[in-house]
Design a binder for this molecule. Sequence first.
Ligand code: KG4
Ligand code: ZN
Length: 363
Amino acid sequence: MTHYACASQEKLSELRQKPQVRILAIETSCDETAAAVVENGRTVLSNVIHTQIPLHMPFGGVVPEIASRSHVQKIGSVVQLALDQANLKLSELDAVAVTNGPGLVGALLVGLSYAKGLAYAAGLPFLGVHHIASHIAANYLSYPELEPPFTCLVASGGHSHIIAVEDYDRYRLIGRTRDDAAGEAFDKVARVLGLSYPGGPNLEKLALEGDPNRYRFHSAFNEGDGYDFSFSGIKTAVVNRLHNAEQAGEEMNRADLAASFQKTVVDILAEKSVRATKAQAGEAGKKLALAGGVSANRALREAMEARAKAAGISFYCPAFAYCTDNAAMVGSAAYGKLMRGQLDDLSLNAIPYLSIEDTSEAL
Ligand code: KG4
Ligand code: ZN
């Protein structure tokens, strides 16, 4: 163990006696510069998010270099605001946590370097957190009574995973997408429908005006009894439908197309995750959580809740503020790591492709 980690370990025994442990958390894995202060892993004292949406909008998607540069510009003021809103000074905090992967490497490095600098300057323990573990932990903020084991569907721009959360630091992959992530499929279809970035929320808005039963998009792969997903065929079916209509000079109702696409994806996600939950033994078979940016989608939340209820399963999903990327969820995930003494060294690197199972200690 290095000198820095050793010094921090000494502080741990003191920390474990404290009634309030406060973590400054930082998230810069993609297009949000975010900082938060979280107490005891469940109480959010501040949650500041600077979105880069206007910067990336002209390009129709996230431009990694623009994202990194904007993080560099904003990180200082976002962190300061998170401290101000929590009414705390850096010296009054107990640890600094940051997302170290997966994500855009240049973007991750901004938050990671900044967090290291703060931890070093203030002599605080330092922790790197897995982005998907953070999305899952967003549920602990909204349900302070929720504890593992439970089953979780993580649907974001880069992930569509069904995960058995066996403990706070133990994850087992049950199912995953074979191609596009759910959010990615939303974004790509939104683009074809002429909607601006960010595609997912805009597609959801358009779908509100459409008939979800107007078009049917079958997908043999998703109709099987496995737990893996495939969204690329559905996306292509929507694109083909639109192009065929254009070539034939027919006017298609884009809202109906958006609503039908959304219903297809939502039904698959809800059906598979409820079936996967039912197959788990013990408590994990009785609790289903939702996480990741797509968890902000009302149609998905409602469909999952209804299916879970019908199967006698309790359903959890984060408050809207904690669905898409934020730092409060990082502070929640980091708390357990801190209390278990899983501190990181200042040589911790950014890892753009980091599997959730790699973070599991006991697997
Ligand atoms: O978790 P997140 O903020 O970033 C990643 O870790 O990827 O997720 C972003 C993804 C994007 O693909 C976005 O379009 C999608 O989540 N998303 C939505 C909605 N809000 C965000 N998809 C469908 N409906 C929404 N309301
Ligand atoms: Zn995310």
